[in-house]
Write a protein that binds this ligand. Sequence first.
Ligand code: 5GP
Length: 115
Amino acid sequence: MSAEPTIFGKIVSGEIPVEVLAETERVLAFPDIAPQAPIHILIIPKETQYRDVTELAAGDPELLAEMVAVAKQLATDKANGDYRLVFNNGATAGQTVFHVHAHLLSGGLEEQSLI
Ligand code: 5GP
């Protein structure tokens, strides 16, 4: 029995459309629906089995590195190349979607919220 797809699984499958900001064979980046910074982009693996960054780092560190490379490229394209990456891991740490994702925050530290 397969688990119910998360909202990000539905984005990967195309069921929920998004503005694609960057894409590789294994990684997708799109704007957060509720931005907390001038630039607030979600970077996710297309694979759905990793719930959080702990699982991803243990299971596929190259895929994690690819997400970081996509983050750096977006921060360079859209700002001055500096950026924050936030991974919420676990419900009590603020994670609401259990498909690993990085929040890329950039474009003015004073305008960013702690997410
Ligand atoms: P978390 O709280 O799990 O770290 O982050 C989940 C993020 O997903 C939140 O910042 C939330 O705004 C974003 N989000 C939730 N649903 C959607 C959606 O349907 N589309 C987009 N683009 N972002 C979403």
